[in-house]
Design a protein around this ligand. Structure first.
Ligand SMILES: [Zn+2]
Ligand SMILES: [Zn+2]
Length: 136
């Protein structure tokens, strides 16, 4: 289930998080472009419409959304941080050729190593890399 902008706004309201117009635009962008964008991508597109928007605002907004559990940080690539509005458990595949990051379904609950039995796990990330079928 892909999250909808209106639902997320409602969720923020219940968490008592008030987002400014600029910050809401960042959230809206994420719901409309579920391609795991970087800060740079988000900023470049939104800045065309909102000339007063700063990159810091984009960073800060993402930080708030991550803290609120509405956005997930994807660090599949060491050189760039990407953001995912889909916080349901799923794996990521990055194509080394075109750079696209694909989602794939995976049962994360089955990925609990028995040796970490008494550990509290707060995040499970599954990253695959290779060449996608379009590039092959
Ligand atoms: Zn590809
Ligand atoms: Zn994803």
């Amino acid at each position: 289930m892909k999250p909808l902008f209106e639902d997320l706004k409602q969720e923020l309201r219940t968490k008592n998080i008030n987002l400014s117009y600029q910050r809401l635009k960042v959230l809206e962008y994420l719901t409309q472009n579920q391609c795991h964008p970087t800060v740079e991508q988000i900023f470049t597109v939104l800045h065309e419409d909102i000339s007063t928007l700063s990159k810091t605002t984009v960073y800060n907004t993402l930080h708030v959304l991550v803290e609120a559990g509405l956005v997930r940080v994807i660090t599949i690539d060491q050189n760039e941080t990407r953001y995912d509005i889909n916080v349901e458990n799923h794996g990521h595949f990055k194509c080394d050729s075109c750079g696209t990051i694909y989602d794939f379904g995976i049962d994360m609950e089955k990925l609990s190593p028995v040796t970490l039995k008494d550990f509290k796990i707060s995040d499970r990330s599954v990253y695959f890399k290779g060449i996608c079928s379009d590039c092959l």
